[in-house]
Design a protein around this ligand. Structure first.
Ligand code: HEC
Ligand code: HEC
Length: 456
């Protein structure tokens, strides 16, 4: 009797919450939303995580946080790192599941990935690898091997003025390669440094039906207001077909599992069933002598756990959503057309095996489409259908907590913006009109808009 009552009670509270998350804008991640605004804000599991998924989630979290080791003669679950790599753990870049940052002046990057390519089209319609260094720079190596290079950042300030005459500064970044380990770098090669994004709510973004994204793109084409996002069609390694990209700054990965497998491979030199070869297409023969951590190095079980973990991290709830200034900022966000790209609300569809993510009302502030944001933000690197100046609208959920979690306020793909105002002022291209309207706002309105962004 007592258990039946308890079960009944449980069912009632869950449905009550479910309907609340559908209507209450505080619930950014639907029923997955967690209420924690401390430095652990990105470190919680989906609040509705099923008990059956707890063990796998915890296992995935462990293999995400811990450093991987060089292979030795003693077998281990966690070996096979390198021989070349960018970091030893996922956590090293996605610190507390949060964001990486650009390096201080003249220091090497530590939480960024540096993508490379030369003009032209590479395998499966993707970017064409630099002949020696491949598609991604490997900045570290095991003893006995040479890192490919270091990348150093430096900055200068550009100044501008708001409509009311107040001066602002934008930090412009420049990156250059140093200590090239394997000979010259093709002169027309492109270097694109990217910061690690926060990895909250990714299973929810994956669960937004493709037809929703296509409908958003069609709506853009029909409005004729200069905003025209489109899906990036990218190569799916499993189905061997082109499919809609969702993850990464240019939406170059179609799914969380392919994103995670490519991170193991490209960032840490670890093989998986999805990517069974070391990421050394650049000069494959260089490294055949290096010891292997098994085949694949990341077992299917550990891989699946890391993917489940990456899908089911909670999105933090909004703070101050009904504050008067925040509400005024929210109104401006719509008036300035920010919401056309940063779409406030989406619905997820069915998710086989993960009912936690299905049928949720979510508030990511993204359309997951790629948009041309103008020459000043271009990395000049074509990634499938995304040109150098095209970027995926990044979700804005959780952005107000980055400073608390990661102790910095850097934004945009390469971390150049110091805070919200600079991020908005770098917008150009399809977002030029929105940017100009922001520039022209009275100070109090600019601050209200930023207060709203901070509440996300
Ligand atoms: C060297 C730094 C680095 C390491 C190590 C790293 N990542 Fe990332 N991660 C990034 C960067 C940079 C991006 C954005 C990539 C892009 O834009 O194409 C990213 C993107 C992602 C995304 C997609 C996020 C989004 O919003 O689109 C996921 C998921 C992810 N990483 C998971 C992992 C996992 C799991 C590991 C460990 C196996 C890992 N990462 C290791 C830097 C790193
Ligand atoms: C045409 C589509 C579009 C419009 C309109 C637009 N944005 Fe963006 N926004 C983007 C894209 C794409 C990026 C990523 C650019 C990059 O990283 O280089 C971005 C980045 C941002 C970022 C930084 C996010 C991060 O994770 O680093 C913020 C904050 C932001 N936008 C706020 C706004 C605000 C506020 C407005 C209205 C004044 C606005 N945006 C209008 C597409 C748009």
């Amino acid at each position: 009797m007592k258990t039946r009552l308890l079960i009944l009670f449980f069912a009632v509270t869950v449905t009550a919450r479910a309907s609340e998350s559908a209507t209450n804008v505080e619930y950014s991640g639907g029923d997955t939303t967690a209420f924690d605004a401390t430095r652990n804000a990105f470190s919680l599991a989906a609040r509705n995580l099923l008990p059956a998924h707890h063990t796998t989630y915890t296992l995935g979290s462990f293999f995400f946080d811990e450093s991987w080791l060089a292979a030795t003669t003693t077998p281990s679950d966690r070996d096979g790192l390198g021989p070349l790599f960018v970091a030893r753990s996922c956590f090293a870049c996605h610190v507390r599941n949060g964001r990486g940052r650009a390096p201080d002046s003249f220091l090497p990057t530590d939480t960024m990935v540096v993508r490379l390519s030369v003009p032209g089209v590479g395998p499966n319609g993707g970017p064409k690898p630099e002949p020696t260094y491949g598609l991604q720079l490997q900045t570290h190596a095991l003893p006995g091997f040479k890192p490919e290079a270091q990348i150093l950042g430096s900055y200068r300030n550009l100044s501008g003025r708001y409509g009311d005459g107040e001066v602002y500064y934008l930090r412009q970044s420049q990156f250059r390669l140093a200590d090239l380990g394997y000979g010259p770098f093709q002169t027309n090669a492109v270097i694109s440094p990217l910061v690690a994004p926060a990895i909250i709510g990714l299973g929810l973004l994956e669960a937004v039906p493709e037809k929703t994204l296509r409908a958003l793109a069609t709506a853009d084409q029909q409005r004729h207001d200069g905003i025209s996002g489109h899906v990036n069609l990218v190569w799916d390694v499993t189905t061997k077909k082109f499919t809609v990209g969702r993850f990464g700054w240019k939406a170059e990965q179609p799914s969380v599992d392919q994103q995670v497998a490519s991170a193991f491979n490209g960032d840490m030199g670890l093989t998986t069933t999805l990517y069974p070869h070391e990421n050394n297409t650049d000069a494959e023969s260089r490294f055949t002598q290096s010891p292997s951590g098994g085949s694949p190095e990341v077992s299917d079980e550990i891989f699946a756990a890391t993917v489940l973990f990456s899908r089911l991290i909670a999105v933090p709830a909004r703070r101050d959503a009904t504050n008067e200034i925040v509400l005024r900022g929210e109104k401006l966000f719509h008036q300035l057309n920010c919401a056309v790209c940063h779409v406030p609300e989406l619905q997820t569809g069915a998710v086989p095996g993960l009912p936690e993510l299905a049928g949720q009302t979510i508030r990511p502030y993204s359309d997951l489409l790629v948009h041309d944001l103008g020459a000043d933000l271009s990395d000049h690197r074509q990634v499938f259908q995304a040109s150098g100046s095209e970027w995926r609208t990044p979700p804005l959920w959780g952005l107000g907590l980055v400073e608390t979690v990661n102790q910095h306020d850097q934004l945009l793909h390469d971390g150049r913006a110091r805070g919200f105002a600079e991020a908005i002022l770098w917008h150009g291209g399809e977002a030029e009109k929105s940017k100009e309207q922001f520039r022209g706002l009275p100070k109090a309105d600019r601050e209200a808009l930023i207060r709203f962004l901070r509440s996300l």
